[in-house]
Design a protein around this ligand. Structure first.
Ligand SMILES: [Zn+2]
Length: 98
């Protein structure tokens, strides 16, 4: 999911590797641009980075701090990101009606 940290660039918030949970297949491991925490970047997010060359990739902790310091509009998830969320729900065997 993306958020605009300020007027200058897009901030892409990713799940840290250290946080247990679902990782989208094909995710890349990058480093948070602020704290160097290792984070996973899902394929759907590569496109965002490609389309927005100035995108800053941060972990969820730094992302939360950025949004707190720079409240602003948050980009809605892209269709690809929504598909990934659906996938993760299915894999967990949750309450997803198919
Ligand atoms: Zn960070």
């Amino acid at each position: 999911m993306g958020a605009r940290g300020d007027d200058e660039h897009t901030v892409l918030i990713c799940k840290p590797l250290s946080v247990p949970g679902y990782v989208v297949p094909g995710s890349l491991v990058c480093k948070c641009s602020r704290c160097r925490e290792r984070i996973t970047v899902a394929p759907s997010s590569w496109r965002l980075m490609y389309e927005n060359p100035g995108t800053e990739v941060v972990c969820s902790t730094c992302g939360a701090a950025i949004m707190r310091d720079h409240p602003g509009p948050v980009d809605p998830p892209t269709p690809a990101q929504l598909r990934e969320v659906e996938d993760s729900r299915r894999r967990r065997g949750g309450h997803y009606d198919d």
